[in-house]
Write a protein that binds this ligand. Structure first.
Ligand code: FAD
Length: 399
């Protein structure tokens, strides 16, 4: 049995940053990861998607080089190489995290962790790890404190089965070997819009079906409108107020057909593949949370402002607690939890002040309340608007 001060379940952005902070504070730390250190952000989220977006951007810029007075030869792209580059960026960062764990003297335990019933008052947190090597069986890590950082996985619509071939999520999209000719994207939120932008730049015919009355509904209304206008200009078909009728899904050798109810009419859409991007579910099951007093409500682990669950020995951070499911939020929560269990109290995070970005073309970003949210909170609101055509840098970049 390994005994440490704090054991962290899940080595994603939240988990590994919490491990580093706890180690910096002089605590003995173990980090349990069943797949790869770096989690969603590094292997199936932020980093690979941004690497692909960058290739798409370079391709777009080269195609339009003439507008900048630059001549180039025939412009094309090799999708296999685009993916190869994405993989190499991910691998490089993965090695970096492994190195960080070594230099922080953090014991990384590879395998699926399951929380066990407490037996010892001094080290009430016990996690059994089914280690990868079957010959060595399982290993138990005991600690005074545990941090649950099990993250999230892609959601689908009720009844819509992701088969990984014709109906995919961002997980499979990031592993595509060949680009489809056309793609229906269900969900026009952040992930859906980034994919729409990226695929369209690579020449894929894209249709976005969004249930809300606007795309990127978490953004300011003006941003949603402008993004929709620019998407349409790029020949991305974006349909808002579209209720996808899952039962109409038909898969044929020629492609996928699916209907949606749009403003009272039933419209059928077809494409080679369907990408489902309707949000992410927290991973709250399959690791023995029932052995703790932590409470799961509406699919998320409930925590106080220091990320402590209802069980004082367990903290929970990152996507598994909901709120803003962003990498920098997960790391911030990890740092706060590590400091709190070490006896420090950092100021409580103000979720309204977290910056959020969408890396589509054009990119957009926000911090603070949207106009709508500010009005809803009873503030008196004054809006300032500035147009791209009057911004020097936008003109310089040809935006
Ligand atoms: P995760 O990164 O999901 O890590 C959880 C880890 O726990 C995983 O490695 C998993 O294997 C491990 N685990 C789970 N259960 C167990 C167990 N029982 N035993 C052992 N290990 C276990 N955020 C941004 O800020 N910017 C972006 O640009 C951005 N882009 C994104 C693009 C996409 C396509 C996606 C899907 C997400 C994106 N995100 C982005 C969100 C970001 O990836 C997440 O918010 C972040 O990864 C959450 O970190 P986490 O540590 O909570 O969970």
């Amino acid at each position: 049995m390994k005994i440490v001060d704090v054991v962290i379940l899940g080595g994603g952005t939240g988990g590994y940053v919490a491990a580093i902070r706890a180690s910096q504070l002089g605590l003995k730390v173990a980090l349990i990861e069943k797949a790869k250190l770096g989690g969603t952000c590094l292997h199936a989220g932020c980093i690979p998607s941004k690497a692909l977006l960058r290739s798409a951007e370079v391709y777009h810029t080269l195609k339009n080089a003439g507008n900048f007075g630059v001549t180039s030869g025939e412009v094309g792209f090799d999708f296999a190489k685009v993916m190869e580059r994405k993989n190499s960026v991910v691998n490089q960062l993965h090695k970096g995290i492994q190195q960080l764990m070594k230099s922080g003297d953090i014991a990384v335990v590879e395998g699926h962790g399951t929380i066990l019933k407490p037996v010892d008052e001094e080290n009430p947190v016990r996690i059994e790890v089914a280690v990868d090597d079957p010959a060595s069986g399982t290993e138990v890590v005991a600690a005074k404190y545990g941090i649950i950082a099990t993250g999230s996985r892609p959601k689908s619509l009720a009844g819509l089965v992701v088969d990984g071939r014709q109906v995919i999520t961002s997980d499979e999209a990031l592993q595509l070997e060949v680009l489809p000719q056309s793609m229906i994207i269900i969900g026009g939120g952040v992930i859906g819009i980034e994919w729409a932008s990226l695929l369209a730049d690579f020449g894929v015919e894209v249709t976005v079906l969004e249930y809300a009355d606007r795309i990127i509904p978490t953004e300011d209304v003006d941003i949603s409108k402008e993004m929709l206008r620019l998407m349409k200009k790029r020949r991305i078909k974006a349909v808002t107020g579209a209720k996808v009728l899952v039962e109409t899904l038909e898969k044929t050798a020629d492609g996928v057909f699916i209907s949606a109810e749009v403003k009272g009419r039933i419209v059928t859409y077809t494409a080679e593949q369907v990408l489902v991007s309707v949000g992410r579910s927290a991973v709250t099951e399959g690791f023995g949370i029932e052995e703790t007093n932590a409470v799961v409500e509406k699919g998320f682990i409930q925590v106080n402002e220091f990320y402590q669950t209802n069980d004082p020995h367990f903290y929970a951070i990152g996507d598994v607690i909901g709120g803003l499911q962003l990498a920098h939020v997960a790391s911030h929560e990890g740092i706060t939890a590590a400091e709190h269990l070490a006896g420090q109290k950092r100021p409580i995070m103000n979720a309204d002040l977290v910056p959020k970005c969408i890396y589509s073309r054009p990119e957009c970003a926000n911090v603070g309340l949207t106009e709508e949210a500010a009005i809803a909170k009873g503030h008196q609101v004054e809006c300032g608007k500035f147009f791209f055509r009057a911004i020097g840098k936008a003109l310089v970049y040809g935006d």
